[in-house]
Design a protein around this ligand. Structure first.
Ligand SMILES: Cc1cc2ncn([C@H]3O[C@H](COP(=O)(O)O)[C@@H](O)[C@H]3O)c2cc1C
Ligand SMILES: O=C(O)c1cccnc1
Length: 377
């Protein structure tokens, strides 16, 4: 196996086709529905058209929920309301169709794939397909030791890349990306604070099942101490993921980058996928053009990460269960945008001699409007 060189991603990842995007914008100008009347859906449709390089854009027909699952050693410090090492129960609830994401995915007819990269249970107790990419059980306690060895971080990153390739090869046309973990919001907040240069208190939230004030203080202290360990490795994203990340974060980062290489659009979920997106942005600054964020979860670190990614979440429903649910909620919106962008009929050109569209409308600039992006600077 050739050595993993993250620098290659900046050459391999191209922006979604700007010519196609312009063609989508021009088509939009020819629709009978006035410009702006569909609000943000216009830009969402144009984003998808550019990502899929087709105008009019075809419907999203083969979306899939992909969830990376892991336990985190830091949960042993009681920074999560769940007992450390219990991500297996979250995985089982999804597989049994009982977790919120499984219920909604079933209703929407979207398949769910769970990829266990570091759940702390006997791999024999979970389906072989789920544990196929398992790298280890759990992770180190990041305020005092590395989450992963360098070899484990690379294996987890490559597992994420492999899943991205598997999905692209299977014809998945859009991925709803999420995570299943115990302790994951602590790790995600650490990565975000490290990369944004902020204090632990700015990114520390209440997590999955909300924690009390004492647990919040423990979580904040753990992040503060982990940040000290992160500082010397900020320039190397694989080392950073090994020091204060975890196998799910490393796999999510590899998945996001390889999905951008394969031109698969992705809807991000909450703080954990946003943290991975931030790490991936450091690797390849064009990569975020392939993603939109489904939902603002309320974890403060996510808002910070989205700010750095110049991303505006599609929804703000306060859904705080992780597991890709916020991203899945946004899927119908993305599908609606694709339907409207792709299927609304164009206005018939005015017959010779009749007035065309008002000059103000015709002269509307076709540049990227930035509705999905926050104004930068
Ligand atoms: C009902 C419920 C189901 C979930 N399934 C995953 N998470 C979530 O909890 C994880 C970690 O939170 P923490 O860092 O506090 O342990 C998230 O990564 C996400 O998987 C859930 C959260 C809730 C409330
Ligand atoms: O942002 C998230 O994904 C999140 C928020 C709270 C709890 N679990 C996950």
């Amino acid at each position: 196996m050739s050595a993993l060189n993250l620098d290659d991603f900046s050459d391999l990842i191209k922006r979604p086709d700007s010519t196609v995007r312009r063609a989508a914008e021009e088509r939009r100008e020819r629709l009978a529905v006035p410009p702006g009347a569909l609000g943000r859906l216009d830009e969402l449709g144009e984003w998808l058209a550019a990502a899929r390089a087709e105008v009019p854009v075809a419907p999203v027909e083969r979306p899939r929920v992909v969830l990376f699952a892991a336990d985190h050693g830091v949960a042993g410090l009681e920074v999560s309301a769940r007992p450390a090492g219990t991500a297996e129960a979250l995985v089982r609830a999804v597989l049994a169709g009982e977790a919120p994401v499984a219920v909604l995915a079933d209703r929407l007819g979207v398949p769910v794939r769970v990829v266990d990269v570091a759940v702390d249970c006997d791999p024999g107790t979970l389906p072989a397909e789920v544990v196929r990419h398992r790298v280890r059980r759990g992770s180190g306690v990041i305020d005092r030791e590395d989450a992963l060895t360098a070899g484990e971080a690379e294996r987890a990153f490559r597992a994420g890349m492999a899943v991205a390739d598997e999905e692209a090869d299977a014809g998945t046309d859009l991925v709803v990306l999420g995570d299943l973990s115990v302790g994951g919001t602590t790790v995600a907040a650490t990565l975000i604070a490290a990369l944004c240069g902020t204090d632990a208190s700015v990114v520390t939230g209440r997590g999955g099942l909300p924690i009390d004030d004492l647990a919040w203080m423990r979580k904040c202290a753990a992040i503060r101490d982990a940040l000290r360990r992160a500082r010397p490795v900020l320039g190397d994203q694989l080392e950073l993921l090994a020091a204060v990340g975890g196998a799910d974060l490393a796999a999510l980062t590899g998945f996001l980058l390889q999905s951008a290489v394969r031109r698969t659009p992705v809807i991000l979920d909450g703080v954990v996928t946003s943290a991975a997106a931030l790490v991936a942005q450091r690797v390849a600054f064009r990569a975020p053009d392939w993603w939109v964020c489904g939902q603002l979860s309320g974890e403060p670190g996510q808002a910070k990460a989205l700010d750095r990614l110049a991303m505006e979440p599609l929804l703000d429903q306060g859904v705080r269960v992780g597991e890709g649910l916020g991203a899945l909620l946004a899927l119908p919106l993305v599908q609606a945008a694709a339907a409207l962008s792709g299927a609304l009929p164009e206005q018939q050109p005015a017959p010779e001699g009749e007035a065309g569209p008002a000059p103000e409308a015709a002269d509307e600039p076709a540049g990227e409007s930035g509705l999905l992006k926050k104004a930068e600077g």
